[in-house]
Structures are given as structure tokens and as C-alpha cells.
Design a protein around this ligand. Structure first.
Ligand code: ATP
Ligand code: MG
Length: 393
């Protein structure tokens, strides 16, 4: 049997869930298991702590770290060493675990030892002194600080000795596990906002598929490739997704030919929401998700949103509605979508946007404009003609 690696996982909000906690934990375990297929992941809950064990083979550490750092429901995790209950073995493990960090960052530290197995010959205090001593001997620039240490090292003596340290702690997205909140359909464009919106809703437990409206040849193959790349980047956070690419050109041209220029963007967005509802129905998504943020552009004023909302039979979630662009960009950088989002290939909103769009549209007048388009047939055709890109795990 392959040697095993051990990780301690810290759960955040899940811990606050009384009766639902075990359901939430089960979802988290399923999501992690899918990502770590082949490494034989196994979970153990011991004294309220959540441990993950995986095969210790080449590349497994990088793979596990990539998987856990993108799994919502998980606040942080740290590699944990397990040794025999022998003080020399424990000291060796402490140095193996913290050495790579302390050799670069000689900081203040504290050892927190806990002994559930009272037959262990040293007291908690003695374990802390012994292991603290070996750190000071090995890294003389480190110092002990029991009140406000920069690094905390934990040693727990149970069936074995378990050692972990805040120097090895890596953050996860926090929030709740994907899948506990049902399924939504993300309107994914090539911009900065919508990938962040998808990420945000994933951390609230929403599983999502994505839909992109492609207006070839007015929007290029590169624009589509950009959306595919973005979908791939956010896939780990979403625990996998399917991307639906809608052939939107006929509908778009019909709108342009049969309505006033100032209404093009709003009618286009209304039609997008209509098609998204059709696709949501076939993929059993119960909500739409968009990257809209109030007042960001003409189509995102309260009046515009009131109109586009009226196209939807299901709720439209807009997690970025109250965020400013800087906050959105910060998250885009953190999740790794920013550099792709700013590539220059434009999507249809930009290509067809009128010089003077309506900013405060009248809902009834817009609804009348939509009715006069007689476009339902084209929208149904577009919804049925989706290219399907499978990015599930
Ligand atoms: P983003 O940065 O996400 O592209 P944006 O600031 O460019 O947003 P809009 O172009 O008005 O704003 O789009 C608002 C939202 O509508 C987007 O966040 C996205 O959810 C959706 N959307 C816009 N264009 C498309 C498209 N071609 N395909 C799918 N969804 C789209
Ligand atoms: Mg856009």
C-alpha cells in the first residue's frame, strides 16, 4: 500500500449548521473525492477535527493543494505529519514540517501540545519545551513568544502523534460546499465580472452550469476561446460545470434590424435572459446568475434591470450588485481569471452597443418593443442549437 499524506481541514460556516451539518460535510467530502480521484482520498473526523488522507505519490501534494484551495466550504487546510508516539520521532517531524518555512522566515513561535493519551510519558508542557528547544537549536534566529506568536505549532498525542503548523496553513475559499443550494445557470461573458459572480455563488453552495451567447462572426473565435478558458479556470471552484454556447447571431441581427438603435442592448439582454430560461429549464437550473453591478453601465440601472428581470420566470441572482469594480478585480486576481478577462477580444455587448443607449427605459414601452420583434421562434432555435462543452469532473 502507498504511504499516505495527511491534511487537517478547517471548516468555517459549516460548523454553525446545527442539524444540517452532516449533510453539508457529506457534500464537502463528495466534492473533494471527485477532485482527488486516483489518490484514494479518505476522511476521518476525530474529536471534532476533520482529516483527509491521500496517497503519497509523485505530484500528490501539488494536486491536493490545488484541489483543497479551490473547494468552498473549506476555510483553510494544513499538511499534517503523523508519527509514532516517541519524542525523538516527534521532534524530527516538527523540523521536517516547519524547517522549509523557518529557514526562510525565522519568526516567533509557540508550540501547543495536547495529550489525550495520558499514558504518554511527557506532559504537554514537557512536549512543548522539548520540541521548542529543537526549533531554537536548529533555527537560532527564531524565538518563543507564548502570547502573540507569528507561528503556532500544534502537537496532539492520540492514537499516534499528529503535528501541524500555521506556517503550512493554506487558505480555501470559505463559505459552503457546492451543491447544498441546488443548481443555477451562470451567464458567462468574457469580461471581468461574470466569472467572479460564478465564484461568489459557488461559495454560497450553488452548483452552476454556464451559458455564453456567441455572435459569430461579429464576435470572434478568440472571444469564444476566452470564455472557454475562463470556464476552465473557474471549474474547480464550481466543482465542475457544463458550458452551453448559444448561436446568437440570427437573433442579434433580427433585433438590430427591427428596433430602435437606443434599445438594442436592452432587447438583446432581454432575449439572452429568455434563452437562458429555456436552457435552465432543460438542465434543471432553478436560478440565473449574472455579473451585473448596479449603475456600472446603461443596462445595469434599476430601470434596465427591472425590464430584463421581467424576461425571467426564475430568480436572477446578482452577487456583485453592490460591489465596486476594484473589489471585483481583487477577487478576479485571486481566482486567476483577471489576466484572461482583460484579453482584448470583445463580446457582443461591446460590438453592438449603441452610442446612446436608453439608461432609464420605461418597462411597458420596452415590453411593447420586444413584442413587436416577434422573435420567439429564433430564440427557441438558438436555445436548441447550443454547443455543449463538458467541464465536469
Ligand atoms: P462582464 O465583465 O461579466 O462581461 P460587463 O460589465 O461587461 O460584465 P455587461 O456586458 O452589461 O457587463 O453584462 C452584464 C452581465 O450579463 C455579465 O456579467 C454576464 O453575466 C451577462 N452577459 C453579458 N454578455 C454576455 C454573453 N455574451 N454571454 C453570456 N452572458 C453575458
Ligand atoms: Mg461583458
Amino acid at each position: 500500500m502507498a504511504a499516505r499524506q495527511l491534511y487537517l481541514i478547517r471548516l468555517g460556516e459549516i460548523c454553525l449548521k446545527g442539524e444540517n451539518r452532516s449533510f453539508f460535510e457529506k457534500k464537502l467530502r463528495t466534492n473533494i473525492t471527485y477532485k482527488l480521484k486516483g489518490l484514494h482520498p479518505a476522511f476521518r473526523i476525530q474529536k471534532g477535527r476533520f482529516f483527509l488522507e491521500v496517497d503519497d505519490i509523485e505530484g500528490s501534494e501539488a494536486r491536493t493543494e490545488a484541489a483543497l484551495s479551490t473547494t468552498s466550504g473549506l476555510v483553510a487546510f494544513s499538511k499534517t505529519l503523523k508519527t509514532e508516539k516517541d519524542i525523538e520521532a516527534i521532534k524530527e517531524a516538527v523540523i521536517a514540517l516547519t524547517g522549509p518555512y523557518f529557514s526562510k522566515n525565522p519568526q516567533s513561535f509557540k508550540v501547543n501540545a495536547r495529550r489525550s493519551d495520558k499514558s504518554f510519558p511527557l506532559s504537554s508542557y514537557e512536549i512543548s519545551c522539548e520540541t521548542g528547544g529543537i526549533i531554537l537549536d536548529t533555527f537560532p534566529q527564531c524565538r518563543v513568544d507564548v502570547h502573540t506568536p507569528e507561528i503556532s505549532i500544534y502537537i496532539e498525542i492520540r492514537d499516534k502523534a499528529y503535528i501541524y503548523s500555521s506556517s503550512n496553513m493554506i487558505k480555501g475559499p470559505g463559505g459552503l460546499p457546492v451543491g447544498i443550494a441546488g443548481k443555477g445557470l451562470l451567464l458567462l461573458s468574457g469580461g471581468i465580472d461574470s466569472p467572479v459572480a460564478g465564484y461568489r455563488m459557488a461559495t454560497r453552495g450553488l452548483r452552476q452550469d454556464a451559458i455564453y451567447f456567441h455572435t459569430y462572426p461579429y464576435t470572434s473565435d478568440e472571444a469564444l476561446q476566452k470564455v472557454k478558458d475562463l470556464a476552465r479556470i473557474i471549474a474547480p471552484y464550481l466543482s465542475g460545470l457544463t458550458l452551453y454556447v448559444v448561436p446568437f447571431t440570427k437573433a442579434q441581427l433580427h433585433i438590430n434590424a427591427n428596433s430602435d438603435n437606443s434599445e438594442h442592448t436592452l432587447l438583446m439582454r432581454y432575449c439572452m435572459v429568455k434563452i437562458a430560461n429555456m436552457v435552465a429549464d432543460t438542465v434543471h437550473a432553478k436560478t440565473l446568475v449574472t455579473g451585473e453591478s448596479l449603475s456600472q453601465v446603461a443596462s445595469q440601472t434599476l430601470e434596465s434591470i427591472t425590464f430584463t428581470d421581467s424576461a425571467s420566470a426564475i430568480p436572477v441572482l446578482r452577487p456583485l450588485i453592490g460591489l465596486d469594480k476594484e473589489d471585483i478585480i481583487t477577487t478576479a486576481r485571486e481566482i486567476g481569471t483577471f489576466e484572461t478577462s482583460i484579453l482584448p477580444f470583445e463580446d457582443c455587448c461591446t460590438v453592438f452597443s449603441p452610442k446612446h443607449p436608453k439608461v432609464r427605459p420605461d418597462k411597458q414601452a420596452m415590453t411593447d418593443s420586444y413584442e413587436s420583434l416577434k422573435i420567439e421562434g429564433l430564440l427557441e432555435e438558438a436555445a436548441k442549437g447550443c454547443e455543449v462543452i463538458d467541464l465536469r469532473f
